[in-house]
Design a protein around this ligand. Structure first.
Ligand code: CDP
Length: 211
């Protein structure tokens, strides 16, 4: 059985939470594709001592390992910025394409969350969701997450990271962040996480029954 759920949306909109809950509910495998770009960005920053070199980033993307994905510190705003920069490089995206496409097609069902899943990685996904929330709500959520790990986190810095990334991610030439025409829009600004998950699960249930 093959069944793909594609979840896209801007930074900190709740994609990951919805994706994990859907995967748990239906026993599907889950891939957080942002983690791939975060891992490449973090390694490229380290190798370039704070500066990203496009060729080095490409080589890192081509040889990315499981271990790279489990390294500490991939969730910081600094790494998120690096991720967004390497994600705008066509060669980096190309190097990560086959793995993501194969994951989407794996037997037993798959949920992928990111920016280009419904548009580029799996345009034929059985379910497509575009999860959004207002800038203020997204900044507040990400601030709470990061503050719990690092008390020095500032709301304004978090808000700026999200703003900068959203602009870069939506305006890049290759695979820009956008909702696929056939995606269901899920605005979580005023929805509790449980309510957002319930909507997503209901949609998957409806389509899954027909698959
Ligand atoms: O968790 P958050 O929504 O803040 O970010 P993420 O999903 O971990 O993604 C980090 C960065 O990776 C994004 O800002 C994008 O630049 C990039 N990304 C992408 O270009 N395409 C994807 N499918 C997933 C992430």
């Amino acid at each position: 059985m093959q069944f793909t759920v594609a979840i896209d949306g801007p930074a900190a909109a709740g994609k990951g939470t919805v994706a994990r809950a859907v995967a748990d509910e239906f026993g599907f495998a889950h891939l957080d594709t942002g983690l791939l770009y975060r891992a490449v960005g973090a390694k490229a920053m380290m190798r370039g001592r704070g500066v990203i070199d496009a060729e080095i980033a490409e080589e890192i993307a081509k040889t990315l390992s499981e271990e790279d994905l489990t390294r500490e510190g991939l969730r910081t705003a600094r790494v998120a910025q690096a991720a967004s920069k390497v994600a705008a490089l066509p060669a980096v995206r190309a190097a990560l394409l086959a793995f993501q496409k194969a994951f989407a097609k794996r037997k037993g069902g798959a949920v992928l969350d990111g920016r280009d899943i419904g548009t580029v990685i799996c345009p034929e996904a059985e379910v497509k969701l575009y999860v959004t929330a207002s800038d203020e709500v997204r900044a507040a959520r990400r601030y709470a997450e990061l503050k719990a790990k690092n008390p020095d986190t500032l709301l304004e810095t978090v808000a700026m990271d999200l703003r900068q990334r959203d602009i870069r991610d939506a305006s890049r030439d290759v695979a820009p962040m956008r909702a696929s025409d056939d995606a269901l829009l899920l605005d979580t600004s005023e929805l509790s996480i449980d309510a957002a998950v319930a909507e997503a699960v209901a949609l998957v249930k409806e389509r899954f029954g027909k698959a």
